[in-house]
Design a protein around this ligand. Sequence first.
Ligand SMILES: [Zn+2]
Length: 332
Amino acid sequence: MTGERTVGERTIGEQVVGEQVAGGGSGTDDFYGRLRAYEGRAAVAGGEGRDAVNEPMIRHWCEAMGDTNPAYPASAPPTMLQVWTMGGLSGHTGGSIRSEAYDELLALLDGAGCTSVVATDCEQEYLRPLRPGDRVTFDAVIESVSPRKTTKLGSGHFVTTRMDIRAGGELVGKHRFRILKYAPARRSSAAKERTTEVKEARRPRPVINRDNAGFWAGVAEHRLLIQRCTDCGTLRFPWLPGCGACGCLEWETVEASGAGTVFSYVVMHHPPFPAFDPPYAVGLIELAEGVRMISNITGVPYDKVRIGMPVELEFLRVDADLELPVFRGAVA
Ligand SMILES: [Zn+2]
């Protein structure tokens, strides 16, 4: 990775659905001018990594991520960049290292009604790998404050901070973090309608797309279809575009015999969901063909469901638009 610049990005929150630069009134422009005055000011100053870059933390990370790259733990995965700057649950020694300027900016936004906050995305640049023994220092700057924007969540300003992370004085990475400070949107009539619908207790609808349409077409004909890779023959369920074993995108279907056993189950007591009447059992059913699916278990009281219990496929007509494959248990 030396000499390369890699950029990683992930989206945490809501997508911006519309953009609206607040203009018109000079008062609004004034306000944005006051926000922009914070651009370039420190958000964090003089941060020091709590621990040196170290092998145990790298190992734990790799284990949690399932990353078996042999380059680790001799060096740290680049995506651990932020890890070395974190203060832990008790915070950084000596209290908060956040600058007054950043607190002022947030207070200004609070005062304008932008009292909610959501992290929207982060972006990292890696300049050189960190290795065990490296001690990091960091500071952060308020890089930009956006004009007022309107999103599904509400209207407000995106605030981007950029943390520069150094080891031995050398810049090793940059971590950009963006939040939206916003005034929550008043609930739309569509959202209210959705709530009304929930009160009528309709079961949730399946999301049918081109990758799983064949499954639901099968259900409509009272057939439970399993995908089979045409290359290596591996069965898969739930439906996916490609084979997890060999990567092949070609597939055919096999109709399940309908026989299965309860591989595992949970009994739902709480939280309550509209259209479901707790307590009820949710089963992980192992089909005779070997794949497993999550479904309801019918015909057996929730407290009589047992692992290993034989079950048989049946189709449950939920309402005029929805039919579901479920499994009828047989109490011994
Ligand atoms: Zn395959």
